[in-house]
Structure formats: structure tokens, C-alpha cells
Design a protein around this ligand. Sequence first.
Ligand code: FE2
Length: 387
Amino acid sequence: MPFYHKLGKIPPKRHTQFRKPDGSLYSEQLFGTVGFDGMYSNIYHEYRPTQVKEILKQYNVAPKIARANNMESLRLKGFDVKPEKDYLNSRKTVLTNSDCSIILAAPQESQKDYFYKNTDADELIFIHKGSGKLRTFLGNLDFKYGDYLLVPRGIIYKIDFDTEDNRLFIVESRRPIYTPKRYRNWFGQLLEHSPYCERDIRKPQELEHHDEKGEFLVKVKKQDDIFEMVYATHPFDVVGYDGYNFPYAFSIHDFEPITGRIHQPPPVHQTFETDAMVVCSFVPRLYDYHPLSIPAPYNHSNIDSDEVLYYVDGDFMSRNDIEAGQITLHPAGIVHGPHPGAAERSIGKTETEELAVMVDTFKPLQVTEDGLKLSDGTYYQSWLEKE
Ligand SMILES: [Fe+2]
């Protein structure tokens, strides 16, 4: 996150002696990104964080590709993803490319006997259903419906859910996920025209501290393999840290929509970005107020980006029969637009209650076997006018 955060105990100067009450040294870790050029935090552990006891297993979890090159607009029934007890097993990659993956998950249980670390990708976890606590070695974040949880690569975490009824929409990004550059000044501060600002971003305030030795299983994802690694010290043994690299939460309900007299283009909904994709939030808002405005979007050919929309709640005005939890994919290269009747229907409406998350990727997405299973097979013909 492009601002400074400090949690717990740290010494007044970095890379200097920082001692425990018994006189021994805390163990310092520089936790950086993009080599030594990106955001970083300086972390102080009770024990050396390097104590690997054993590597138990290595297995591949790369998604199986059903369609490497896709030109069909798809509707995926996201709520058809079966709930599964285990958090990692519950995650089903439905669309993917070399930059990012779109994942749906319905986990029923909190992670009990292992920690997880994704070294391949930043994870943006959108909470569609459920509540609980994201527990990380850099502090905890409570979450509920509508939250985005941004977990930078390398953060060791566990998720606790309050109930069994959880639905997650996850974007895994191999490029770091940032706030949109055009909304930041040269110091990184979010500008006045940004749809949200630093006050809306929830930083970890609660730091779990476990001064424990033993056997701690961390499932580490690297190059689409999971390595089951046993560490000799508890991963949450941090006494303090400071810096710019930490997990945070942002609620879609805190996104302030930008509206206009005529139809505003998707970039006004932009919430996050990488150099390979953008994430946008469509939130309840007033419609366009030019006397002759058409609130529904015009037909558009996103000629060089694939468009993924995840429908969260409300009535999505440009579509005829979309339900919550569904994904539509409008692939690069062809035109899409409002369904028959949607433009006319939108005229005169003054506001919308729609809530959706959009991911536009600059490289085409491949459809996985898990993704294709959710397809209704007919969506691409849904723009045909009835004879
Ligand atoms: Fe579109």
C-alpha cells in the first residue's frame, strides 16, 4: 500500500540492535517486493524466520485448461461451485492467463492445521458472502460482505470464517496490485478526485504474537506447485514492523461513484490496477442526468481486453437475466453491449442498485475445465433479437 504503517514494537533505527527482555536479539527481516525497488516492510520476529524443518510434499495445482483460445461470450453460474470444507481445495480457477487468474471459492471451514503463503501472486479476495478474520503475520483484518482483502505476495495467512456459508471471488495477480496511478499524487497520496481515500483503507491493527517453537505447516505456492513446508517456529511470531508492504481491506460500499450527465465509461469505476489488468467496482449510484441520456451503456468492442464481470447484488441494468454470483466473460475481439430492450428500458430511470466487480485483462483469458463446467452454453446468443 503506498503509505506508511507501523504496528507493534520496533527499534528507533532500522538494522540496529533490538533486544528482548532477556537480552537476546529479535530477528529482523526485510520483506520487499520488486527486488529492492518496490514496497517493503521491516519486520521483527521472536525467532529466525528461516528455520525450515522439513519439506513434506510438492504437488501441482495448475488449473486444467479446457479452451486455450476462446471467442465465445460466456456466462458462468458461480454459485454452482460446490462448497468444500478446506479453504485451498475450495478455490476453483475458472479463467486464467499468464498474468492473473479468476477464482471462485465456497469454503466451509477456517484453516485449522496449516498456514498459506502465495509466492506467485498478490491475492485480491472479494467477500460476497460470509464474515470472519483474515489472520496474517503482519496483523489481522476483520472482514464482511463487500470487503476486498488485498494480500500482497509472500504474506503468510490463515482465514477464519464465522459460519459455513461463504462465497469468495478471488483475483490472483502475478503483477503487484496497486491503487490507480492517476488517483495518486507524486507522493502516493490519493487525490481529491479519487473515488476513495486513505481513510477508507483498513490497515491491520491487531498483531497476533505467538512465542512458540514446534512444528508449523506452511503450504507455500510457487510456480503453481504447493510445497508443504514444516517450520520450527510459529509464523505469527512478529513483535512489530513498519513500512509500506502489508495486507489491507477496502469495502466496495466505501467506493464513491463518479456520475455524469451522459454515460460514464468503465474507468470511472476503477478501483485497483496492475500493468496487466484493472479491477472496477460498479456500485449503487444515480444515473446520467442529461434530459436525453441513455443510462445503459453503448455497444462497445473491447478489442484488446477480456472483460470479466462478477455480479454481486441488485439488478444489473444492461443484462436481461443475470443472477448474483454469476460471471460473464466478454472476450477481446468482438463487440458486446446491452441486451435487447435494455437500452430502452433504462431511459427515464434515475438510479441503480447494481453491485458488481469487473476485471479487464489485457491478455486473453483461457477457460479452465472448472470454468467451462459452470457455463450455460447459450449466453453468446443472448443478444439475438426475437423474430
Ligand atoms: Fe463491457
